[in-house]
Design a protein around this ligand. Structure first.
Ligand SMILES: [Zn+2]
Ligand SMILES: [Zn+2]
Length: 350
């Protein structure tokens, strides 16, 4: 089959031939119909993440090999499956849960595949949706998009469950308790929409860009604050009415995490989601005098995907803007994202 693969980091994607996946046992092969082009694809293409303090995580050190077809926001039609795959039929349209683990450890068996110690993510450790077909190890990683536009449903496999899982970690909170969201890019806006859909009424969004703060207000934020302002914390406290129980940082740099952490009340939680990178000094004794939690959140679980799809199905999630492009323009799509020329999401179509 054809794949639009990363052959060398930072070099253009190449259309190459890779072996057709042949399913055995519980495996299912889907004909890819849609695949979102995600910001983390750019990190993969560059081959590294900034860990702060001058440290860099190279994907090759985590066992990633090239060439690799990226793409972890995949929707496709079931093409064939092994003899042990139950509950699927040829032609079924399904969203793929991409954040696979080993499939055997206690985390995976508990349905928390996304925090397995040996990740095997689709589009990262194995070939993803920038290809004609994709293989999943088990039907439990497939979710029916129902009447949801498949291009939109594809994005829920990454941004949708990432936001949902982060919100779940910050919960439970009464509907009127203020929730602070740092960053009003794609994830930040999706979080506003999802909190609204879940019944939360006081959402304060921070961003350094006036344009993005306007977008946050349009999406349903109750107040916005310029996170670059010298008195950002005072303005935030004015908007929230005091320290808060939940802040979610979709940027996650040293500056933003500090702001989110300092906004917390006793018992408050800061959930880190972004991968901007950096460091934050932590006063250890103050963690006792004023107990707070900092939680890292990495994507979400198969159950999160099922719940996000149910929420989308109910019609309570607003749509993000989708730009549709043919799959053979994958390179161009990646470049548009690299240059910051994309509003919403580019979704590659077969
Ligand atoms: Zn993604
Ligand atoms: Zn595992």
């Amino acid at each position: 089959m054809k794949a639009w693969a990363v052959v060398r980091n930072r070099a253009p994607l190449e259309c190459i031939q890779i072996a057709d996946p042949e399913p055995t046992g519980s495996e299912v092969v889907l004909e890819v119909t849609h695949c979102g082009v995600c910001h983390s694809d750019l990190h993969f293409w560059e081959g590294e993440y900034d860990l702060g303090g001058g440290k860099v995580l190279k994907l090759t050190e985590r066992g990633v090999t090239l060439p690799r077809a990226m793409g972890h926001e995949v929707v496709g039609r079931v093409l064939k499956f092994g003899s042990e795959a139950e509950g699927v039929a040829v032609g079924n349209l399904r969203v793929v849960f991409p954040w696979l683990g080993c499939g055997r450890c206690s985390r995976c068996l508990a349905g928390e595949d996304n925090i397995c110690a040996t990740p095997s993510s689709i589009g990262v450790m194995r070939h993803g949706g920038y290809a004609e077909r994709v293989m999943v190890p088990h039907p439990r990683y497939l979710v029916d998009p129902g009447t949801v536009d498949p291009a939109l449903a594809a994005t829920y496999a990454c941004s949708g469950i990432t936001v949902y899982s982060a919100i779940r970690k910050a919960m439970p909170l009464p509907p009127d308790a203020p929730v602070v969201l740092i960053g009003a890019g794609g994830l930040g806006l999706a979080a506003i929409a999802m909190l609204r859909a879940l019944g939360h009424r006081t959402i304060v969004s921070l961003d350094i860009s006036a344009e993005k703060r306007d977008a946050a207000l349009a999406q349903g934020a109750t107040a916005v604050v310029d996170s670059a302002a010298p008195d950002a914390m005072a303005r935030l406290m004015e908007a929230t009415g005091g320290p808060v129980l939940a802040a979610i940082d979709f940027v996650n740099s040293g500056d933003t995490a500090r702001l989110g952490f300092e906004a917390l009340a006793k018992g408050g939680k800061l959930v880190l989601v972004g991968i901007m990178g950096g460091e934050m000094p932590l006063s250890l004794a103050s963690m006792i005098f004023k107990p707070r939690s900092i939680l890292g959140s990495a994507t979400g679980s198969p159950q999160d995907l099922r719940e996000v799809m149910a929420l989308a199905q109910s019609g309570r999630l607003p749509h993000i803007p989708i730009t549709r492009m043919k799959r053979d323009r994958a390179n161009e799509a990646l470049h548009m994202l690299h240059e910051g020329r994309v509003t919403g999401r580019i979704v590659l179509e077969a």
